[in-house]
Design a protein around this ligand. Structure first.
Ligand SMILES: Cc1cc2nc3c(=O)[nH]c(=O)nc-3n(C[C@H](O)[C@H](O)[C@H](O)COP(=O)(O)OP(=O)(O)OC[C@H]3O[C@@H](n4cnc5c(N)ncnc54)[C@H](O)[C@@H]3O)c2cc1C
Length: 283
């Protein structure tokens, strides 16, 4: 059971029990957590900030929590899941947690995707770990009876997760891999370019998550075609709720913020694709 420690109106700090933790693709893990309070409120595109725990007494604990998009939610059963890749000490510790470990989590955090009208043509565009927020978004779209197409990209088939999970929504799925080991050889943005040509720009919406260079290309394609696009950024982040100012995102020239930068944790992580500068951050 999850015990509430610091409740606030929107987010809280909770002790959450690990329900499962499996390697679902090469180096990529999916963890389900019992978190009824977060499950009740989380919206597609929001994230949780997870305190990592050591396995051995002499292991150094990362000072900062690690942010992860909420991947799936079961509001009735009271669980959420997060999907991550092993890239450093925090994610390595998480991958070794077994069932019944209790993790301290803050969430739900940030601003999520704005859901479209029923008659919109929608594309979900994910690159690599950018697949993480797509299952919860796909479920919300299906609930609203919005039709959508999934465009998934990965370096190689072994690092592709989500096809089976997303197939149950009955939406068309197109895949691109850098090495051609699954779907079309090339970038997922090439699939997007074709999708844009096939749809009425005024009724289209694109939701995307992935590495910054990919998001920059998504934004360029959508701006050029006059398609509304939203991108979820996964920058380096500190506190997750606007205190440390550690996740600045520069606004695009012409977006007036009265001299300040966006903060990915508060103003995002989902932004209107045309509102931000992509080259500002290396991640
Ligand atoms: C809002 C948000 C949502 C996120 N959602 C997910 C998710 O669903 N799944 C997932 O796998 N990751 C996600 N991330 C990124 C994730 O938080 C980092 O991969 C994680 O913090 C790395 O921790 P670590 O201790 O293992 O590695 P670190 O030692 O912190 O970093 C190891 C290497 O990864 C790089 N790195 C660290 N953080 C990031 C980052 N945010 N983006 C790119 N490179 C980074 C470092 O520069 C370093 O080279 C998200 C980030 C944000 C801000």
């Amino acid at each position: 059971m999850a015990s509430k420690i610091v409740p606030t109106q929107s987010k809280g700090i909770y002790d959450c029990r690990v329900l499962s933790n499996d390697e679902v693709a090469r180096g990529i893990f999916l963890m389900r957590l019992h978190a009824p309070e977060i499950a009740a409120r989380v919206q597609p595109g929001q994230f949780v900030n997870v305190k990592t725990q050591p396995h051995e007494a002499d292991e150094i604990i990362p000072l900062l929590r690690r942010p992860f998009s909420v991947c799936q939610v079961d509001r009735t059963a009271g669980w959420i899941s997060v999907l991550w890749k092993n890239v450093g000490p925090g994610t390595r510790m998480l991958s070794r947690h077994s069932i019944d470990t209790v993790l301290n989590i803050i969430g739900p955090l940030g601003k999520g995707f704005e859901l479209p009208q029923k008659d919109a043509a929608v594309a979900l565009v994910a690159g690599g770990l950018g697949i993480a927020p797509m299952p919860i978004l796909a479920a919300a779209l299906r609930e609203r009876r919005v039709n959508f197409t999934l465009l998934l990209g990965a370096r190689t088939a072994a690092e592709l997760w989500g096809k089976e999970e997303l197939q149950r929504f009955g939406a068309p799925i197109k895949i691109a891999t850098d090495d051609g080991s699954a779907g079309q050889r090339g970038f997922v943005t090439e699939l997007l370019q074709n999708w844009i040509k096939e749809n009425d720009p005024h009724a289209s919406r694109v939701y995307s998550c992935g590495p910054m260079p990919m998001l920059e290309r998504v934004a360029a394609l959508c701006v050029a075609a006059n398609v509304h696009a939203e991108v979820a950024v996964e920058t380096v982040m500190g506190c997750g709720f606007g205190i440390c100012m550690g996740c600045p995102i520069e606004p695009r020239a012409g977006v007036e913020l009265f001299g300040r930068y966006y903060l990915a944790c508060l103003d995002g992580p989902v932004f209107c694709a045309d509102d931000i500068r992509y080259e500002f951050t290396s991640h």
